[in-house]
Design a binder for this molecule. Structure first.
Ligand SMILES: [Zn+2]
Length: 199
């Protein structure tokens, strides 16, 4: 949505890693194994992939979704950006309750054929959920199981939560209530980006 509205490239470690895994690179296969079990890929690998991506796509602005997730990642990002003579304008903190996370995850389906992701509610019209692109079966993602979620929530509390302070001290943190409708949340994010673009 951000790319469509502002022409700014967006990426996430997940997107980069899925691409590596689809391409069947050794790094991709190794990290797929880790994420299947709910673990986080090492900071060193994530940071290297992000730097490569930035050099290729980040020349006229960029947005990271779900990165950085740890303090060491945030510190590495700062030094990468220093090397590339650029800086962060905004850190947007989406505050989402545990219940919202559970509701959204339990409603998510993914195509076994092409990887297309949708929500169970938009696939409801069909008796058998079928991918609109390749007719593959839409199934619950395998990494969505309860145990994996528990691990993720724990990792969020111990590793990601400290980032709020980190970016607050840099005076670039903006908190947004992410429990609301997707369009309302996007409206708020757009407003922040517009303010920065015209400042
Ligand atoms: Zn498909």
């Amino acid at each position: 949505m951000i790319t469509r509205q502002f022409g700014i490239p967006v990426t996430s470690p997940g997107a980069i890693l899925r691409r590596e895994s689809d391409l069947g690179t050794p790094l991709g296969l190794e990290t797929a194994e880790t994420t299947q079990h709910g673990g986080l890929v090492s900071d060193k690998i994530i940071v290297q992939l992000i730097e490569d991506w930035l050099r290729l796509h980040g020349a006229s602005g960029f947005v990271f979704d779900g990165f950085p997730r740890t303090l060491p990642q945030a510190e590495s990002l700062l030094s990468i950006l220093k090397r590339l003579h650029t800086a962060l304008d905004l850190a947007i903190w989406l505050e989402v309750s545990e219940q919202t996370v559970r509701d959204r995850i339990s409603g998510r389906l993914q195509c076994g054929g092409c990887g297309f992701t949708t929500s169970a509610s938009s696939a409801k019209f069909a008796e058998r959920p079928i991918c609109p692109y390749c007719d593959g079966p839409l199934v619950r993602r395998t990494d969505d199981e309860a145990e994996v979620l528990q691990t993720r929530l724990q990792e969020f509390n111990t590793k990601t939560q400290p980032l709020a302070n980190f970016y607050e001290k840099m005076s670039i943190l903006h908190r947004i209530d992410g429990n609301r409708d997707r369009d309302v949340v996007f409206g708020d994010i757009s407003q922040l980006i517009e303010q920065k673009a015209t400042a």
